[in-house]
Design a protein around this ligand. Structure first.
Ligand SMILES: Nc1ncnc2c1ncn2[C@@H]1O[C@H](COP(=O)(O)OP(=O)(O)O)[C@@H](O)[C@H]1O
Ligand SMILES: [Mg+2]
Length: 236
């Protein structure tokens, strides 16, 4: 393996996230600082409620911190207008959720085309790209199916295709196999690992899959809204 030139694509500086629940405040993140370098494969682990999803939403710029700074490609996202942020995020980051989050009224093809619509890509190009991605993910004969007409593994592959629609550099996945049986989960994990190992994408993955955690370059351990430790896996 050659040496990699790295630069942070996403950086969190002393990020806090507090949910105001009226009487009480929930500190979901308590001073998280983190640099994600281009082309990295990072696993995030930690017990339920430790702040993994909250951190992923902030890393993916789907949510903003209560305190602290988030930079995307070197720019503090607080300085971007909402529409510019949505645009930049849509181009550079693909998000995969445990619950798939597909739109039920749309077909697989239409779900995958949607992020391209928001980037102003013409309809013909959207559908071409959606079809190509779905074919690559083994869903050639499922393009016209609605989510309810698909198995869990197929739904997650549609969601992966959707995450890749705008060819993002960064792919974030939050417990993507949490709703899948173990065999289907393995298949989905292989697709995600390939995005890093074969396509060179920056991949950040929340998972309990020990095998996959072993393959990650760094493992971030979250506990009570803080980074407990970061382990760097040795590379052969
Ligand atoms: N929208 C919300 N409103 C209030 N509390 C929340 C919200 N989202 C998460 N939390 C709380 O923040 C903490 C971290 O949650 P989360 O990030 O989902 O953890 P994990 O993904 O590690 O299970 C938990 O205590 C959770 O109950
Ligand atoms: Mg979670």
């Amino acid at each position: 393996m050659g040496k990699k030139v790295t630069k942070p694509v996403i950086e969190l500086k002393n990020v806090w996230k507090t949910y105001d629940m009226g009487e009480t405040k929930v500190h979901a993140l308590r001073g998280v600082s983190l640099k994600i370098e281009e082309g990295e494969f990072v696993a995030v682990v930690g017990p339920s409620g430790s702040g993994k999803s909250t951190m992923m939403h902030i890393v993916g710029c789907l949510d903003v911190p209560s305190k602290g700074v988030v930079s995307l490609n070197g720019r503090d996202i607080a300085t971007l207008h909402e529409s510019d942020l949505a645009q930049t995020r849509g181009k550079s980051i693909g998000f995969i959720f445990q619950q798939f989050n597909l739109l039920p009224m749309l077909t697989a093809e239409e779900n995958v085309a949607l992020p391209m619509l928001f980037q102003g890509i013409n309809r013909q190009k959207q559908l071409q790209q959606a079809q190509q991605l779905l074919k690559q993910l083994g869903l050639r004969d499922r393009m016209d199916h609605k989510p309810t007409e698909l198995s869990g593994g197929q739904r997650q592959r549609v969601a992966i295709a959707r995450a890749l629609a705008n060819t993002p550099n960064v792919v974030l996945a939050d417990e993507p196999t949490g709703n899948l049986d173990s065999k289907t989960g393995k298949e989905v994990m292989e697709i995600l690992a390939d995005l890093h190992f074969k396509k060179g994408k920056t991949v950040i993955l929340v998972t309990h899959d020990i095998d996959l955690v072993k393959h990650a370059e760094r493992v971030i351990y979250l506990k009570d809204g803080m980074i407990e430790k970061i382990k760097r896996n040795g590379k052969k």
